[in-house]
Design a protein around this ligand. Structure first.
Ligand code: AMP
Length: 250
């Protein structure tokens, strides 16, 4: 079983992001970039499937600038066998990324596509769903447990009221939620070995994909600063303030 894992380069989750001075986008100058945490979970799951003897090959794919090779090397150090970079200038929107991933799937024919449930930069939560639609295959999003069962994959999802279990015919697209697993750290020998693993580069044009934008980012801004709170003397004063100042009770 061949597994394709989609990996996105994003601002590291420890970084407090700032808008650019002109508010046109997030300022990425000198900011630490990492593999999207949910993509790391997807890679870990693929590696576990390989360790169980269920996956035979893991291909990591990223769509983004040349520097995304760093995140692909991380995926290779975690256990992916080879990587493909779809090299782009600037940021693509989810539909364009899904089209690039679809083109890669057409040539790679994976049995299972593992992705993150969302990228922590744009918080889109769209790419997996769009890819499944473009491929015409089943999708299971927000996976907290995955089990291969012959020609099917059984996926447990965390939904509002509890757990839902789906069975999908392979090939299928599955997106990883936080509790699917706890990713391992890449060991130094594996980081060294990853440098020698194959990493191919292609472009949307080579894949025949029209990556032009249909959505325009109008601006980004920080949330309004929270005002300092006050301490009330007693319940009567609290009720008075809620009624007469905040006007949230009558
Ligand atoms: P999003 O729809 O942007 O929230 O992203 C959901 C998931 O789609 C991510 O966790 C990745 O697995 C995949 N994805 C999104 N953008 C890219 C990209 N540029 N390259 C590779 N995978 C991506």
């Amino acid at each position: 079983m061949k597994v394709l894992v989609a990996v996105k380069r994003v601002v590291d989750y420890n970084v407090k992001v700032r808008p650019k001075a002109d508010g046109t986008d997030v300022d990425l100058a000198n900011v630490k970039m990492s593999i999207n945490p949910f993509c790391e979970i997807a890679v870990e799951e693929a590696v576990r499937l390989k360790e169980k003897g269920e996956a035979t090959e893991i291909v990591a794919v990223s769509v983004g600038p040349q520097q995304s090779q760093e995140q692909l090397r991380t995926a290779l150090a975690l256990g992916a066998d080879r990587a493909i970079l779809v090299s782009t200038e600037g940021t693509l929107e989810p539909l364009a990324i899904a089209k690039c991933l679809k083109a890669v799937c057409d040539s790679e024919s994976p049995d299972l596509v593992l992705m993150g449930k969302q990228a922590i930069d744009g918080d889109n939560n769209q790419t997996g769903q769009m890819l499944a639609a473009l491929l015409g295959v089943g999708q299971a999003t927000f996976a907290s447990e995955i089990a291969i069962d012959g020609d099917n994959v059984s996926v447990t999802r965390e939904v509002d009221g509890g757990l839902q279990t789906l069975s999908l015919a392979l090939p299928a697209v599955v997106t990883a939620d936080l509790r699917l697993n706890e990713p391992r750290y890449a060991s130094l020998p594996n980081i060294m070995k990853a440098k020698k693993k194959p990493l191919d580069t292609t472009t949307p044009a080579d894949l025949g994909v029209d990556a032009s934008s249909r959505v325009t980012l109008m601006g980004v801004e920080l949330p309004a600063e929270r005002q300092a709170g006050i301490k009330v003397e007693d319940v009567a004063q609290l009720v008075d303030k809620l009624r007469n100042e905040a006007k949230v009770i009558s």
